[in-house]
Design a protein around this ligand. Sequence first.
Ligand code: S3P
Length: 181
Amino acid sequence: MSAAERVPNIALIGFMGAGKSSVGRDLGARKGMPFLDLDGIIEENEALPIAEIFAARGEPYFREIEGLLFRRLCEGVGQIIGCGGGTLIDPRNRAVLEARCFSVWLRASVPEILRRIESEAAPVRPLIRGADPRIVVPALLRAREGAYRGADLVIDTDGRSVEEISLAIRAALPFPFRGPP
Ligand code: S3P
């Protein structure tokens, strides 16, 4: 069995604002692999923006549907999966990630994350809404870094364009992944 058969998907992990969606789309186009954006699919399924799901149904509900969807997507092959910043909080998700995905941590520094989050027009991040990002971001990042650190590949993203990051991932992949059969 080839490496691509054993570990059939690529997962992009990392904090909010790390660029998982834009890099995932670019990398998918370059590699001929579909990009599946976890948050985007949740929003479609629920017909609500993520912030509204948190507000109307609560974070535990969001985490439940996020985990169910992530683990189901991982059953597929030849896909690039863009995780949410909190997907790996759940150990069940970490186990499936490890078994089914080559994981890439898009690492960004706190100042870079703050810059990216603050440049967004709409308040799309429910965990930041109404709070001071300068306090919330470093605390959340510290709590999550352990899960991100286990990634198969770490790519620093500070000051780099989507294209540069995507090409760096491509160059560092240990074997040629394939799209779905
Ligand atoms: C979250 C990150 C968000 C989204 C939700 C919760 C988190 O995804 O899943 O708002 O817990 O860090 P992005 O990392 O794509 O912003």
